[in-house]
Design a protein around this ligand. Sequence first.
Ligand SMILES: *[C@@H]1O[C@H](CO)[C@@H](O)[C@H](O)[C@H]1NC(C)=O
Ligand SMILES: *[C@@H]1O[C@H](CO)[C@@H](O)[C@H](O)[C@H]1NC(C)=O
Ligand SMILES: *[C@@H]1O[C@H](CO)[C@@H](O)[C@H](O)[C@H]1NC(C)=O
Ligand SMILES: *[C@@H]1O[C@H](CO)[C@@H](O)[C@H](O)[C@H]1NC(C)=O
Ligand SMILES: *[C@@H]1O[C@H](CO)[C@@H](O)[C@H](O)[C@H]1NC(C)=O
Length: 489
Amino acid sequence: MAAKSKWFVLCQFLFCVFLCCESLYQGFGHYKRHQIRQNDNTSYDYKTAYFEQKVDHYGFANDDTYKQRYLIADQFWDKNGGPIFFYTGNEGDITWFCNNTGFMWELAPKLKALLVFAEHRYYGTSLPYGPDAVKDPKKLQYLTSEQALADFAILIQELKANEPGAQSSKVIAFGGSYGGMLAAWLRIKYPNVVDGSLAASAPIWSFIGQIPCEAQLQVVTNSFKRESQTCIKNIRKSWGIINTMGATDSGRARLSTSFDLCALLNTSADTDALKSWLVDIMFNLAMVDYPYPASFLEPLPGWPIKAVCKPLSTEVMDGVPLIQALSSAVKVYYNYTGQAKCLNVNQNAVGSLGDQLWGYQACTEMVMPSCSNGVTDMFEPTTYNFSLVSDACFKQFKIRPRKSWVITEYLGKNLKTASNIIFSNGLLDPWSSGGVLKSMSSSLPVIIIPNGAHHVDLRSSNPGDTPDITKARQTEEYIIQRWVKGDNS
Ligand SMILES: *[C@@H]1O[C@H](CO)[C@@H](O)[C@H](O)[C@H]1NC(C)=O
Ligand SMILES: *[C@@H]1O[C@H](CO)[C@@H](O)[C@H](O)[C@H]1NC(C)=O
Ligand SMILES: *[C@@H]1O[C@H](CO)[C@@H](O)[C@H](O)[C@H]1NC(C)=O
Ligand SMILES: *[C@@H]1O[C@H](CO)[C@@H](O)[C@H](O)[C@H]1NC(C)=O
Ligand SMILES: *[C@@H]1O[C@H](CO)[C@@H](O)[C@H](O)[C@H]1NC(C)=O
Protein backbone atom coordinates (compact mmCIF):
# COMPACT_ATOMS: atom_id res chain seq x y z
CA MET A 1 0.00 0.00 0.00
CA ALA A 2 2.58 2.51 1.13
CA ALA A 3 2.33 5.79 -0.72
CA LYS A 4 0.43 4.26 -3.58
CA SER A 5 -2.10 1.49 -3.47
CA LYS A 6 0.54 -1.15 -3.11
CA TRP A 7 -1.95 -3.43 -1.40
CA PHE A 8 -3.38 -5.89 -3.85
CA VAL A 9 -2.78 -4.67 -7.26
CA LEU A 10 -5.47 -7.07 -8.27
CA CYS A 11 -7.82 -4.27 -9.15
CA GLN A 12 -5.99 -3.90 -12.43
CA PHE A 13 -7.84 -7.02 -13.50
CA LEU A 14 -11.20 -5.46 -13.07
CA PHE A 15 -11.39 -3.14 -16.04
CA CYS A 16 -14.11 -5.09 -17.73
CA VAL A 17 -16.56 -4.90 -14.88
CA PHE A 18 -18.48 -1.93 -16.12
CA LEU A 19 -18.52 -3.01 -19.72
CA CYS A 20 -20.10 -6.38 -19.26
CA CYS A 21 -23.10 -5.37 -17.19
CA GLU A 22 -25.30 -8.30 -16.41
CA SER A 23 -28.97 -7.58 -16.13
CA LEU A 24 -29.76 -7.02 -12.49
CA TYR A 25 -31.59 -9.65 -10.58
CA GLN A 26 -33.25 -8.89 -7.34
CA GLY A 27 -34.10 -10.96 -4.32
CA PHE A 28 -33.63 -14.66 -3.88
CA GLY A 29 -34.38 -17.35 -6.34
CA HIS A 30 -33.62 -15.41 -9.53
CA TYR A 31 -30.27 -16.67 -10.55
CA LYS A 32 -27.89 -16.64 -13.42
CA ARG A 33 -25.66 -19.70 -13.74
CA HIS A 34 -21.89 -19.64 -14.14
CA GLN A 35 -19.13 -22.17 -14.28
CA ILE A 36 -15.55 -21.81 -13.24
CA ARG A 37 -13.09 -24.29 -14.60
CA GLN A 38 -10.10 -24.71 -12.31
CA ASN A 39 -6.60 -25.83 -13.28
CA ASP A 40 -7.42 -29.36 -12.24
CA ASN A 41 -10.51 -29.34 -14.53
CA THR A 42 -12.93 -29.49 -11.61
CA SER A 43 -15.77 -27.31 -12.62
CA TYR A 44 -17.28 -25.08 -9.99
CA ASP A 45 -20.88 -24.19 -10.57
CA TYR A 46 -22.47 -21.19 -8.97
CA LYS A 47 -25.41 -18.89 -9.44
CA THR A 48 -25.33 -15.11 -9.36
CA ALA A 49 -27.92 -13.21 -7.35
CA TYR A 50 -28.52 -9.69 -6.11
CA PHE A 51 -29.85 -8.45 -2.82
CA GLU A 52 -31.20 -4.98 -2.16
CA GLN A 53 -29.26 -3.28 0.64
CA LYS A 54 -29.61 0.06 2.35
CA VAL A 55 -26.83 2.40 1.29
CA ASP A 56 -26.59 3.76 4.85
CA HIS A 57 -27.05 1.28 7.70
CA TYR A 58 -26.20 3.80 10.40
CA GLY A 59 -28.29 6.90 9.74
CA PHE A 60 -32.04 7.20 9.18
CA ALA A 61 -32.17 10.11 6.77
CA ASN A 62 -30.98 8.34 3.62
CA ASP A 63 -33.27 5.60 2.36
CA ASP A 64 -31.39 4.92 -0.87
CA THR A 65 -30.68 1.31 -1.74
CA TYR A 66 -28.29 -0.52 -4.04
CA LYS A 67 -28.06 -4.07 -5.34
CA GLN A 68 -25.35 -6.19 -3.77
CA ARG A 69 -24.13 -9.09 -5.88
CA TYR A 70 -23.45 -12.47 -4.36
CA LEU A 71 -22.58 -15.89 -5.76
CA ILE A 72 -24.21 -18.97 -4.34
CA ALA A 73 -23.49 -22.69 -4.79
CA ASP A 74 -25.85 -25.19 -3.14
CA GLN A 75 -24.84 -28.45 -4.86
CA PHE A 76 -22.89 -29.71 -1.85
CA TRP A 77 -25.31 -28.45 0.75
CA ASP A 78 -27.12 -30.64 3.22
CA LYS A 79 -30.32 -28.61 3.59
CA ASN A 80 -30.94 -30.45 6.77
CA GLY A 81 -28.54 -28.50 8.96
CA GLY A 82 -25.50 -28.15 6.71
CA PRO A 83 -23.41 -25.03 7.40
CA ILE A 84 -23.11 -21.84 5.37
CA PHE A 85 -19.59 -20.88 4.24
CA PHE A 86 -19.66 -17.15 3.66
CA TYR A 87 -16.83 -15.36 1.83
CA THR A 88 -16.51 -11.74 2.97
CA GLY A 89 -15.69 -10.05 -0.32
CA ASN A 90 -12.82 -7.61 -0.45
CA GLU A 91 -11.73 -4.79 -2.73
CA GLY A 92 -12.52 -6.22 -6.14
CA ASP A 93 -14.81 -8.22 -8.38
CA ILE A 94 -16.26 -11.10 -6.36
CA THR A 95 -15.96 -13.59 -9.23
CA TRP A 96 -12.19 -13.12 -9.09
CA PHE A 97 -12.10 -14.00 -5.39
CA CYS A 98 -14.43 -16.91 -6.01
CA ASN A 99 -11.97 -18.17 -8.65
CA ASN A 100 -9.06 -17.87 -6.23
CA THR A 101 -10.59 -19.45 -3.13
CA GLY A 102 -10.40 -23.15 -3.98
CA PHE A 103 -10.13 -24.12 -0.31
CA MET A 104 -13.81 -23.29 0.24
CA TRP A 105 -14.77 -25.39 -2.80
CA GLU A 106 -12.73 -28.32 -1.52
CA LEU A 107 -14.15 -28.08 1.99
CA ALA A 108 -17.81 -27.62 1.00
CA PRO A 109 -18.44 -31.22 -0.16
CA LYS A 110 -16.72 -32.59 2.97
CA LEU A 111 -18.84 -30.57 5.37
CA LYS A 112 -21.92 -30.41 3.10
CA ALA A 113 -21.88 -26.63 3.10
CA LEU A 114 -23.75 -23.93 1.20
CA LEU A 115 -21.23 -21.59 -0.44
CA VAL A 116 -21.91 -17.87 -0.59
CA PHE A 117 -19.47 -15.27 -1.95
CA ALA A 118 -20.66 -11.75 -1.19
CA GLU A 119 -19.32 -8.76 -3.08
CA HIS A 120 -18.02 -5.72 -1.18
CA ARG A 121 -20.02 -2.54 -1.81
CA TYR A 122 -18.52 -0.14 -4.41
CA TYR A 123 -16.60 -2.96 -6.15
CA GLY A 124 -17.42 -5.24 -9.06
CA THR A 125 -21.08 -4.71 -9.91
CA SER A 126 -22.24 -3.79 -6.38
CA LEU A 127 -22.24 -0.06 -6.91
CA PRO A 128 -24.18 2.44 -4.81
CA TYR A 129 -24.60 5.51 -7.03
CA GLY A 130 -22.92 3.84 -10.01
CA PRO A 131 -19.33 4.11 -11.27
CA ASP A 132 -19.34 7.91 -11.05
CA ALA A 133 -19.62 7.86 -7.24
CA VAL A 134 -15.83 8.08 -7.10
CA LYS A 135 -16.05 11.72 -8.20
CA ASP A 136 -18.26 12.83 -5.32
CA PRO A 137 -17.21 12.58 -1.65
CA LYS A 138 -20.89 12.64 -0.58
CA LYS A 139 -21.63 9.59 -2.71
CA LEU A 140 -18.45 7.81 -1.72
CA GLN A 141 -18.89 8.30 2.02
CA TYR A 142 -20.73 4.98 2.43
CA LEU A 143 -17.63 3.07 1.34
CA THR A 144 -16.49 1.94 4.78
CA SER A 145 -15.67 -1.40 6.36
CA GLU A 146 -18.50 -0.85 8.89
CA GLN A 147 -21.12 -0.48 6.15
CA ALA A 148 -19.68 -3.50 4.30
CA LEU A 149 -19.85 -5.63 7.47
CA ALA A 150 -23.46 -4.55 8.04
CA ASP A 151 -24.25 -5.60 4.44
CA PHE A 152 -22.75 -9.03 5.14
CA ALA A 153 -24.61 -9.48 8.44
CA ILE A 154 -27.95 -8.51 6.90
CA LEU A 155 -27.40 -10.70 3.85
CA ILE A 156 -26.62 -13.69 6.08
CA GLN A 157 -29.75 -13.11 8.15
CA GLU A 158 -31.88 -12.79 5.02
CA LEU A 159 -30.41 -15.99 3.59
CA LYS A 160 -31.13 -17.82 6.82
CA ALA A 161 -34.69 -16.52 6.89
CA ASN A 162 -35.45 -17.22 3.23
CA GLU A 163 -33.48 -20.28 2.14
CA PRO A 164 -35.47 -23.33 3.23
CA GLY A 165 -33.24 -25.38 5.51
CA ALA A 166 -30.87 -22.56 6.48
CA GLN A 167 -32.61 -21.42 9.67
CA SER A 168 -30.37 -23.34 12.02
CA SER A 169 -27.26 -23.50 9.84
CA LYS A 170 -23.97 -22.59 11.40
CA VAL A 171 -22.25 -19.75 9.56
CA ILE A 172 -18.49 -19.71 8.99
CA ALA A 173 -16.91 -16.60 7.45
CA PHE A 174 -13.86 -16.90 5.20
CA GLY A 175 -11.68 -14.09 3.92
CA GLY A 176 -8.15 -13.28 2.82
CA SER A 177 -6.17 -10.07 3.15
CA TYR A 178 -8.53 -7.10 3.66
CA GLY A 179 -11.26 -9.74 3.26
CA GLY A 180 -9.57 -11.63 6.11
CA MET A 181 -9.77 -8.54 8.28
CA LEU A 182 -13.46 -8.34 7.39
CA ALA A 183 -13.98 -12.01 8.29
CA ALA A 184 -12.35 -11.42 11.69
CA TRP A 185 -14.24 -8.19 12.30
CA LEU A 186 -17.54 -9.78 11.24
CA ARG A 187 -17.18 -12.34 14.04
CA ILE A 188 -16.07 -9.61 16.47
CA LYS A 189 -19.01 -7.30 15.65
CA TYR A 190 -21.71 -9.87 14.88
CA PRO A 191 -21.10 -13.01 16.97
CA ASN A 192 -24.90 -13.41 16.84
CA VAL A 193 -24.72 -13.92 13.06
CA VAL A 194 -21.40 -15.69 12.48
CA ASP A 195 -20.22 -18.74 14.44
CA GLY A 196 -16.56 -18.63 13.47
CA SER A 197 -14.15 -17.05 11.00
CA LEU A 198 -11.05 -17.97 9.05
CA ALA A 199 -9.03 -14.76 8.69
CA ALA A 200 -6.24 -15.63 6.23
CA SER A 201 -3.31 -13.21 5.88
CA ALA A 202 -5.33 -10.51 7.62
CA PRO A 203 -3.04 -7.63 8.67
CA ILE A 204 -5.38 -6.39 11.39
CA TRP A 205 -2.46 -4.84 13.29
CA SER A 206 -0.85 -2.94 10.40
CA PHE A 207 -2.21 0.41 11.51
CA ILE A 208 -0.23 3.41 12.74
CA GLY A 209 1.55 2.71 16.00
CA GLN A 210 0.82 -1.03 15.98
CA ILE A 211 3.98 -2.15 14.18
CA PRO A 212 7.13 -0.31 13.04
CA CYS A 213 6.61 1.07 9.54
CA GLU A 214 9.74 -0.86 8.38
CA ALA A 215 8.08 -4.19 9.14
CA GLN A 216 6.56 -4.92 5.70
CA LEU A 217 9.70 -4.28 3.65
CA GLN A 218 11.71 -6.22 6.23
CA VAL A 219 9.63 -9.29 5.42
CA VAL A 220 10.11 -8.67 1.68
CA THR A 221 13.87 -8.57 2.28
CA ASN A 222 13.76 -11.80 4.30
CA SER A 223 11.83 -13.55 1.53
CA PHE A 224 14.55 -12.57 -0.96
CA LYS A 225 17.35 -13.33 1.49
CA ARG A 226 16.28 -16.92 1.86
CA GLU A 227 16.95 -17.38 -1.87
CA SER A 228 20.29 -15.56 -1.95
CA GLN A 229 22.32 -13.12 0.15
CA THR A 230 24.01 -11.89 -3.02
CA CYS A 231 20.63 -11.10 -4.52
CA ILE A 232 19.72 -8.71 -1.72
CA LYS A 233 23.19 -7.14 -1.76
CA ASN A 234 22.78 -6.39 -5.46
CA ILE A 235 19.28 -5.00 -5.00
CA ARG A 236 20.43 -2.78 -2.12
CA LYS A 237 23.29 -1.51 -4.27
CA SER A 238 21.13 -0.80 -7.32
CA TRP A 239 19.29 2.21 -5.83
CA GLY A 240 22.44 4.31 -5.71
CA ILE A 241 23.29 3.41 -9.30
CA ILE A 242 19.78 4.29 -10.44
CA ASN A 243 20.09 7.63 -8.62
CA THR A 244 23.42 8.42 -10.27
CA MET A 245 22.25 7.43 -13.73
CA GLY A 246 18.88 9.11 -13.17
CA ALA A 247 20.58 12.47 -12.58
CA THR A 248 21.61 13.01 -16.22
CA ASP A 249 19.85 12.82 -19.58
CA SER A 250 22.30 10.25 -20.92
CA GLY A 251 22.00 8.16 -17.74
CA ARG A 252 18.21 8.23 -17.92
CA ALA A 253 18.35 7.20 -21.56
CA ARG A 254 20.59 4.29 -20.59
CA LEU A 255 18.22 3.26 -17.78
CA SER A 256 15.28 3.41 -20.17
CA THR A 257 16.92 1.09 -22.70
CA SER A 258 18.28 -1.25 -20.01
CA PHE A 259 14.78 -1.81 -18.62
CA ASP A 260 13.14 -1.77 -22.10
CA LEU A 261 10.79 0.92 -20.89
CA CYS A 262 7.90 1.96 -23.11
CA ALA A 263 8.44 5.63 -22.31
CA LEU A 264 11.81 7.36 -21.97
CA LEU A 265 12.64 8.63 -18.47
CA ASN A 266 12.81 12.40 -18.94
CA THR A 267 12.97 13.82 -15.43
CA SER A 268 14.09 12.92 -11.93
CA ALA A 269 10.41 12.43 -11.09
CA ASP A 270 10.35 9.72 -13.77
CA THR A 271 13.37 8.11 -12.10
CA ASP A 272 11.51 8.16 -8.76
CA ALA A 273 8.56 6.49 -10.48
CA LEU A 274 10.93 3.79 -11.77
CA LYS A 275 12.17 3.15 -8.24
CA SER A 276 8.75 2.90 -6.65
CA TRP A 277 7.66 0.61 -9.49
CA LEU A 278 10.62 -1.65 -8.66
CA VAL A 279 9.73 -1.61 -4.95
CA ASP A 280 6.13 -2.51 -5.84
CA ILE A 281 7.33 -5.45 -7.94
CA MET A 282 9.47 -6.80 -5.09
CA PHE A 283 6.62 -6.33 -2.61
CA ASN A 284 4.21 -8.13 -4.92
CA LEU A 285 6.70 -10.95 -5.51
CA ALA A 286 6.86 -11.62 -1.78
CA MET A 287 3.06 -11.67 -1.68
CA VAL A 288 2.81 -14.26 -4.46
CA ASP A 289 5.85 -16.42 -3.79
CA TYR A 290 3.83 -19.60 -4.21
CA PRO A 291 5.63 -22.96 -4.69
CA TYR A 292 3.89 -23.70 -8.00
CA PRO A 293 3.21 -21.64 -11.15
CA ALA A 294 0.28 -19.30 -10.58
CA SER A 295 -1.13 -16.09 -11.93
CA PHE A 296 -2.50 -14.28 -8.92
CA LEU A 297 -1.20 -10.84 -9.87
CA GLU A 298 0.88 -11.77 -12.92
CA PRO A 299 1.61 -15.17 -14.53
CA LEU A 300 4.67 -16.46 -12.70
CA PRO A 301 6.75 -19.62 -12.27
CA GLY A 302 6.73 -21.58 -9.01
CA TRP A 303 8.88 -19.90 -6.31
CA PRO A 304 9.12 -16.73 -8.45
CA ILE A 305 11.59 -15.03 -6.11
CA LYS A 306 14.08 -17.82 -6.82
CA ALA A 307 13.72 -17.09 -10.55
CA VAL A 308 13.93 -13.33 -10.04
CA CYS A 309 17.07 -13.64 -7.91
CA LYS A 310 18.80 -15.94 -10.37
CA PRO A 311 20.40 -13.20 -12.53
CA LEU A 312 21.31 -11.32 -9.33
CA SER A 313 22.93 -14.17 -7.45
CA THR A 314 26.20 -14.98 -9.18
CA GLU A 315 28.30 -12.11 -7.79
CA VAL A 316 27.97 -8.62 -6.38
CA MET A 317 27.88 -6.36 -9.45
CA ASP A 318 28.09 -2.67 -10.23
CA GLY A 319 27.11 -0.07 -12.82
CA VAL A 320 25.31 -0.96 -16.02
CA PRO A 321 25.85 -4.75 -15.66
CA LEU A 322 23.93 -4.61 -12.35
CA ILE A 323 21.13 -2.63 -13.98
CA GLN A 324 21.00 -5.19 -16.81
CA ALA A 325 20.76 -8.01 -14.28
CA LEU A 326 18.02 -6.18 -12.39
CA SER A 327 16.17 -5.72 -15.66
CA SER A 328 16.34 -9.48 -16.36
CA ALA A 329 15.02 -10.05 -12.84
CA VAL A 330 12.10 -7.66 -13.32
CA LYS A 331 11.18 -9.34 -16.59
CA VAL A 332 10.49 -12.56 -14.72
CA TYR A 333 7.64 -10.59 -13.18
CA TYR A 334 6.40 -8.70 -16.24
CA ASN A 335 7.46 -10.90 -19.13
CA TYR A 336 7.15 -14.48 -17.93
CA THR A 337 4.73 -15.16 -20.77
CA GLY A 338 7.12 -13.57 -23.29
CA GLN A 339 4.35 -11.26 -24.51
CA ALA A 340 5.66 -7.91 -23.22
CA LYS A 341 6.87 -5.54 -25.96
CA CYS A 342 8.18 -3.05 -23.42
CA LEU A 343 7.79 -2.39 -19.70
CA ASN A 344 5.50 0.30 -18.37
CA VAL A 345 6.54 2.00 -15.16
CA ASN A 346 2.98 3.23 -14.69
CA GLN A 347 1.46 -0.21 -14.95
CA ASN A 348 0.46 -0.31 -11.28
CA ALA A 349 -0.33 3.34 -10.91
CA VAL A 350 -3.68 4.39 -9.57
CA GLY A 351 -5.80 4.41 -12.67
CA SER A 352 -8.49 1.80 -12.75
CA LEU A 353 -11.63 2.39 -10.75
CA GLY A 354 -10.97 -0.48 -8.33
CA ASP A 355 -7.55 0.96 -7.51
CA GLN A 356 -9.04 4.39 -6.95
CA LEU A 357 -11.62 2.97 -4.60
CA TRP A 358 -9.03 1.12 -2.56
CA GLY A 359 -7.05 4.36 -2.61
CA TYR A 360 -10.10 6.01 -1.02
CA GLN A 361 -10.28 3.34 1.68
CA ALA A 362 -6.56 3.81 2.35
CA CYS A 363 -7.27 7.53 2.66
CA THR A 364 -10.08 7.10 5.19
CA GLU A 365 -9.87 4.08 7.50
CA MET A 366 -7.11 1.81 6.14
CA VAL A 367 -4.06 3.85 7.06
CA MET A 368 -1.21 1.32 6.96
CA PRO A 369 2.20 2.92 6.90
CA SER A 370 5.30 1.59 5.16
CA CYS A 371 8.91 2.79 5.22
CA SER A 372 12.44 1.39 4.96
CA ASN A 373 15.83 1.91 6.62
CA GLY A 374 18.23 0.58 3.97
CA VAL A 375 20.23 -1.27 6.65
CA THR A 376 18.25 -4.30 7.75
CA ASP A 377 16.23 -4.16 4.55
CA MET A 378 17.38 -4.01 0.91
CA PHE A 379 15.60 -0.76 0.03
CA GLU A 380 16.53 2.89 -0.10
CA PRO A 381 15.86 4.59 3.24
CA THR A 382 12.42 6.23 3.15
CA THR A 383 10.33 7.77 5.91
CA TYR A 384 6.60 7.64 6.45
CA ASN A 385 5.05 11.09 6.65
CA PHE A 386 1.39 11.04 7.68
CA SER A 387 0.79 14.71 6.79
CA LEU A 388 2.08 14.11 3.32
CA VAL A 389 -0.33 11.18 2.91
CA SER A 390 -3.14 13.23 4.37
CA ASP A 391 -2.48 16.11 1.95
CA ALA A 392 -2.39 13.73 -1.01
CA CYS A 393 -5.72 12.23 0.13
CA PHE A 394 -7.29 15.65 0.41
CA LYS A 395 -6.06 16.56 -3.04
CA GLN A 396 -7.49 13.41 -4.60
CA PHE A 397 -10.71 12.82 -2.65
CA LYS A 398 -11.39 15.95 -0.54
CA ILE A 399 -11.18 13.92 2.64
CA ARG A 400 -8.46 13.18 5.21
CA PRO A 401 -7.60 9.88 6.91
CA ARG A 402 -8.51 9.19 10.55
CA LYS A 403 -5.39 7.45 11.66
CA SER A 404 -6.54 5.46 14.66
CA TRP A 405 -10.26 4.99 14.07
CA VAL A 406 -9.89 1.34 13.01
CA ILE A 407 -8.02 0.58 16.23
CA THR A 408 -10.87 2.06 18.29
CA GLU A 409 -13.57 0.41 16.20
CA TYR A 410 -12.23 -3.17 16.04
CA LEU A 411 -10.63 -3.83 19.44
CA GLY A 412 -7.05 -3.05 18.40
CA LYS A 413 -4.66 -5.46 20.09
CA ASN A 414 -7.04 -6.20 22.93
CA LEU A 415 -8.83 -9.23 21.52
CA LYS A 416 -9.87 -10.77 24.83
CA THR A 417 -13.60 -10.44 24.11
CA ALA A 418 -13.19 -12.12 20.71
CA SER A 419 -13.53 -15.84 20.03
CA ASN A 420 -13.69 -18.42 17.24
CA ILE A 421 -11.34 -16.72 14.82
CA ILE A 422 -8.49 -18.55 13.10
CA PHE A 423 -5.65 -16.23 12.17
CA SER A 424 -3.43 -17.80 9.50
CA ASN A 425 -0.32 -16.17 8.06
CA GLY A 426 2.36 -17.15 5.57
CA LEU A 427 5.71 -15.79 6.68
CA LEU A 428 6.91 -14.96 3.14
CA ASP A 429 4.07 -12.45 2.85
CA PRO A 430 4.84 -8.83 3.78
CA TRP A 431 1.35 -8.52 5.27
CA SER A 432 2.23 -11.15 7.88
CA SER A 433 4.03 -8.30 9.66
CA GLY A 434 0.65 -6.93 10.75
CA GLY A 435 -0.96 -10.30 11.37
CA VAL A 436 -1.77 -12.08 14.64
CA LEU A 437 1.18 -14.45 14.97
CA LYS A 438 0.74 -15.55 18.59
CA SER A 439 -2.40 -17.11 19.91
CA MET A 440 -4.10 -14.99 22.55
CA SER A 441 -6.56 -17.65 23.71
CA SER A 442 -7.66 -21.17 22.88
CA SER A 443 -10.60 -19.80 20.88
CA LEU A 444 -8.30 -17.63 18.73
CA PRO A 445 -6.06 -20.24 17.10
CA VAL A 446 -3.06 -19.05 15.13
CA ILE A 447 -1.63 -20.92 12.15
CA ILE A 448 1.83 -20.02 10.87
CA ILE A 449 2.89 -21.17 7.42
CA PRO A 450 6.68 -20.70 7.12
CA ASN A 451 6.68 -21.40 3.35
CA GLY A 452 3.44 -19.56 2.75
CA ALA A 453 2.83 -16.41 0.72
CA HIS A 454 -0.35 -14.28 0.74
CA HIS A 455 -3.33 -16.40 1.91
CA VAL A 456 -1.96 -19.48 0.16
CA ASP A 457 -4.20 -21.60 2.42
CA LEU A 458 -7.33 -20.23 0.72
CA ARG A 459 -6.11 -21.41 -2.67
CA SER A 460 -6.90 -24.86 -4.09
CA SER A 461 -4.64 -27.61 -2.89
CA ASN A 462 -1.83 -28.22 -5.35
CA PRO A 463 0.73 -31.02 -5.80
CA GLY A 464 3.41 -28.34 -5.33
CA ASP A 465 2.19 -27.39 -1.85
CA THR A 466 4.83 -27.68 0.86
CA PRO A 467 3.93 -29.81 3.92
CA ASP A 468 3.31 -26.72 6.10
CA ILE A 469 0.74 -25.44 3.60
CA THR A 470 -1.07 -28.79 3.53
CA LYS A 471 -0.99 -29.02 7.31
CA ALA A 472 -2.45 -25.50 7.67
CA ARG A 473 -5.49 -26.49 5.61
CA GLN A 474 -5.90 -29.71 7.61
CA THR A 475 -5.84 -27.79 10.90
CA GLU A 476 -8.31 -25.25 9.55
CA GLU A 477 -10.62 -28.04 8.41
CA TYR A 478 -10.43 -29.67 11.84
CA ILE A 479 -11.27 -26.46 13.70
CA ILE A 480 -14.07 -25.45 11.32
CA GLN A 481 -15.56 -28.92 11.62
CA ARG A 482 -15.66 -28.51 15.40
CA TRP A 483 -17.37 -25.14 15.12
CA VAL A 484 -19.94 -26.60 12.74
CA LYS A 485 -20.69 -29.35 15.24
CA GLY A 486 -21.15 -26.68 17.92
CA ASP A 487 -18.09 -27.77 19.89
CA ASN A 488 -16.45 -24.51 20.87
CA SER A 489 -14.25 -25.74 23.67
C1 LIG B 1 -7.73 -30.81 -18.33
O1 LIG B 1 -8.37 -31.04 -19.56
C2 LIG B 1 -7.55 -30.84 -20.70
C3 LIG B 1 -8.41 -30.96 -21.96
O2 LIG B 1 -9.39 -31.95 -21.80
C4 LIG B 1 -6.38 -31.82 -20.67
O3 LIG B 1 -5.52 -31.60 -21.77
C5 LIG B 1 -5.60 -31.59 -19.38
O4 LIG B 1 -4.55 -32.55 -19.28
C6 LIG B 1 -6.52 -31.73 -18.16
N1 LIG B 1 -5.77 -31.35 -16.98
C7 LIG B 1 -5.79 -32.12 -15.86
C8 LIG B 1 -4.95 -31.59 -14.72
O5 LIG B 1 -6.41 -33.13 -15.76
C1 LIG C 1 -13.07 -16.77 -13.29
O1 LIG C 1 -12.82 -17.97 -13.99
C2 LIG C 1 -13.55 -18.11 -15.19
C3 LIG C 1 -13.29 -19.48 -15.78
O2 LIG C 1 -11.92 -19.79 -15.76
C4 LIG C 1 -13.15 -17.01 -16.17
O3 LIG C 1 -13.91 -17.11 -17.34
C5 LIG C 1 -13.42 -15.67 -15.51
O4 LIG C 1 -12.94 -14.65 -16.36
C6 LIG C 1 -12.71 -15.59 -14.18
N1 LIG C 1 -13.07 -14.34 -13.56
C7 LIG C 1 -12.16 -13.48 -13.14
C8 LIG C 1 -12.67 -12.18 -12.63
O5 LIG C 1 -10.97 -13.73 -13.15
C1 LIG D 1 9.37 11.57 -22.14
O1 LIG D 1 9.20 12.41 -23.25
C2 LIG D 1 8.77 11.74 -24.43
C3 LIG D 1 8.80 12.75 -25.59
O2 LIG D 1 8.07 13.88 -25.24
C4 LIG D 1 7.38 11.16 -24.19
O3 LIG D 1 6.93 10.44 -25.33
C5 LIG D 1 7.45 10.20 -23.01
O4 LIG D 1 6.15 9.70 -22.71
C6 LIG D 1 8.03 10.93 -21.79
N1 LIG D 1 8.23 9.96 -20.72
C7 LIG D 1 7.51 9.92 -19.61
C8 LIG D 1 7.85 8.86 -18.60
O5 LIG D 1 6.60 10.69 -19.36
C1 LIG E 1 9.70 -10.67 -23.55
O1 LIG E 1 10.08 -11.99 -23.86
C2 LIG E 1 10.11 -12.25 -25.27
C3 LIG E 1 10.42 -13.74 -25.45
O2 LIG E 1 11.56 -14.10 -24.74
C4 LIG E 1 11.15 -11.35 -25.94
O3 LIG E 1 11.15 -11.58 -27.33
C5 LIG E 1 10.80 -9.90 -25.63
O4 LIG E 1 11.80 -9.05 -26.15
C6 LIG E 1 10.69 -9.68 -24.13
N1 LIG E 1 10.21 -8.34 -23.85
C7 LIG E 1 10.95 -7.46 -23.18
C8 LIG E 1 10.33 -6.13 -22.94
O5 LIG E 1 12.06 -7.71 -22.77
C1 LIG F 1 5.90 15.90 6.18
O1 LIG F 1 5.21 16.50 5.09
C2 LIG F 1 4.82 17.84 5.32
C3 LIG F 1 4.00 18.26 4.12
O2 LIG F 1 2.71 17.82 4.23
C4 LIG F 1 6.05 18.69 5.52
O3 LIG F 1 5.66 20.03 5.79
C5 LIG F 1 6.89 18.15 6.66
O4 LIG F 1 8.10 18.86 6.77
C6 LIG F 1 7.19 16.67 6.45
N1 LIG F 1 7.83 16.14 7.64
C7 LIG F 1 8.96 15.46 7.60
C8 LIG F 1 9.49 14.96 8.89
O5 LIG F 1 9.55 15.24 6.56
